[in-house]
Design a protein around this ligand. Structure first.
Ligand SMILES: Nc1ncnc2c1ncn2[C@@H]1O[C@H](COP(=O)(O)OP(=O)(O)OP(=O)(O)O)[C@@H](O)[C@H]1O
Length: 356
């Protein structure tokens, strides 16, 4: 059953040189209890999408179009007060990239968790505190540490405390934004396992944001590959790992170690992510894509369905065998002048009408 249904969402940032189209026409729906990974390079718009859902965007951001339907409620139409009371933390919570910044330094971590619980539930402070202690225990943190201030926590412990806060009200959806990147590898695995266990216990859905293909492949039911503010490919995790169609997904897959293949040579995608300030028409991956043709520079690809919830935004996605074979070769990805041939005039940038 669908829990979250995002349709054609556009979230832009005001910048000195124009609008940064960080989330640009994104549609995504998530079922109850499901885990969906958002994978893509830094700056592709993953965090912006998550923050749009829970409305934790900075002041210069604006949801300019689209819909976020959460369990029958149109989130974009709620007032800030309604959103705080009805949705944030109680129904949708977020584990941010850097947990330390998520806590207020002047209160103990326990006080902050108690505050969130008692704001949403008719519970005594003593009961809320007990729940915080139990969650700490579940997450492998000494329950007495609820009386410590954030600066007394190590990075790993602060991350666990943030997970405790995010799960304290048994939300239906958890947004986990790179929940383990700041931590060392051994702790990363343990924390991911704990998040998954608790999530399954609560039957919460989760959006797991990461740039690490191996993290999503281990933890997610479905994977959405994000590039330049758009979901360029989405499918169940196995299809994305074993049978992707988008050249960017193929490139990402090459760049991550496969534990079952000792001889694998890692190949990175040359070039840099696109500038999202008023981008031109055409596929945003074209300047880095070894398979780009004229159409790719001219026409923005629409999502095409390849069955079983597999959708791909690529003009050449039909040529799966050719793409998969060529993408596995290092020479395909050697930095070369992938730029568009000079005879073609670039089309003028699309006018966007936005209120100031
Ligand atoms: N406050 C802001 N003002 C202007 N532009 C911003 C702001 N925050 C993010 N951006 C831009 O929006 C785009 C998407 O950023 P976002 O943080 O959502 O990407 P991301 O994929 O989550 O990357 P990361 O993994 O580094 O967080 C980038 O081009 C980024 O520079």
């Amino acid at each position: 059953m669908t829990l979250l249904d995002i349709t054609e969402l556009k979230t832009y940032y005001r910048a000195d040189d124009g609008w940064v189209r960080a989330t640009d026409d994104v549609s995504l729906s998530i079922d109850r209890g499901e885990t969906v990974g958002l994978v893509g390079e830094s700056g592709s718009g993953k965090t912006t999408l998550a923050k749009s859902i829970i409305r934790l965007l900075p002041d210069n951001a604006e949801v300019v179009d689209g819909s976020i339907d959460f369990d029958g409620t149109e989130v974009t139409e709620l007032s800030n007060r309604e959103l705080r009371k009805q949705i944030r933390w109680s129904e949708i919570s977020m584990i941010p990239q850097n947990a330390m910044n998520g806590f207020d330094p002047v209160y103990t971590v326990g006080e902050q968790i108690v505050e969130v619980i008692t704001y949403h539930e008719d519970t005594s402070k003593a009961e809320a505190r007990e729940r915080a202690r139990t969650l700490f225990d579940d997450l492998g943190v000494d329950p007495d540490r609820v009386d410590d201030y954030p600066h007394q926590f190590s990075g790993g412990m602060a991350q666990r405390a943030m997970i405790a806060l995010a799960l304290a009200l048994s939300p239906s959806l958890v947004l986990a934004d790179e929940p383990t990147t700041a931590l060392d590898v051994v702790i990363q695995d343990r924390i991911l396992e704990t998040i998954k266990e608790l999530q399954e216990e609560l039957n919460s859905a989760m959006i797991m944001i990461t740039h690490d293909m191996s993290v999503v492949s281990e933890t997610c039911d479905r994977i959405a590959v994000v590039y330049g503010g758009r979901i360029v490919e989405i499918a169940d995790a196995e299809t994305i790992i074993m049978n992707p169609r988008h050249p960017y997904t193929l490139g990402l897959r090459n760049a991550f170690p496969d534990i079952s293949d000792d001889d694998q040579e890692l190949i990175s995608i040359p070039g840099t992510p696109p500038d999202l300030v008023d981008p031109d028409d055409g596929c945003r991956f074209a300047p880095r894509c070894p398979f780009a043709e004229e159409e790719c520079w001219e026409v923005t690809p629409e999502p095409e369905s390849y069955g079983d919830g597999h959708a791909v935004e690529c003009h050449r996605a039909d040529e799966i065998e050719h793409l998969q074979e060529e993408a596995g070769k290092k020479e395909t990805w050697v930095e070369q002048d992938l730029g568009r041939s000079e005879e073609i005039e670039p089309s003028p940038p699309e006018e966007v009408e936005l209120d100031d």
